[in-house]
Design a protein around this ligand. Structure first.
Ligand code: TYD
Length: 141
């Protein structure tokens, strides 16, 4: 699968069955990276926001396994909102984008597949630093 350069919703296979539905993900087939890490977010109190950072290297794929949430992506110029509310599609986010999550429904469970192991040095946690990062990237620094 060719790596997308923009965030995009990816529909996953859904095996419908009277006994219950089944969905799966295969790395480098349904999503354009090898999975190094899986984590999930749950028990989010009403009104909370998460994220609010960019990754230098990490690519990710976010699925609302249960409930719903909004993922807001900012590329330094334009902001886009993606509503995730089904477990058979998810949002692919390439590296180098600012993102946060909000509007979590009660009892939502959000799974994140990541292309890297956890590394704090990969985070840009201040928006002004993110804008400087973009500027430097543009000038090949
Ligand atoms: P963080 O990614 O900042 O959460 P969010 O983006 O949802 O606000 O992670 C919160 C804390 O958890 C932070 O101290 C780093 C730690 N953490 C790990 O140790 N391993 C992980 O895989 C992740 C995602 C976070």
């Amino acid at each position: 699968m060719r790596p997308e350069t923009k965030p995009c919703l990816i529909h996953l296979p859904k095996i419908e069955d009277v006994r219950g539905n089944l969905t799966f993900i295969e790395e480098e087939d349904h999503i354009p990276f090898k999975v190094q890490r899986v984590y999930w977010i749950y028990d989010v109190p009403g009104g909370e926001k998460r994220g609010g950072h960019a990754f230098i290297k990490q690519k990710e794929f976010i699925v609302a396994l249960s409930g719903s949430l909004d993922v807001i992506i900012n590329d330094g110029a334009v902001e886009n909102k993606f509503h995730l509310n089904r477990s058979y599609f998810g949002l692919y986010i390439p590296n180098g984008l600012w993102r946060h999550m909000e509007n979590f429904s009660t009892n939502s469970v959000v799974m994140v597949l990541s292309s890297t192991a956890f590394e704090e040095a990969d985070y840009i946690r201040e928006f002004t630093k993110y804008l400087s990062f973009l500027k430097n990237e543009k000038h090949g620094l």
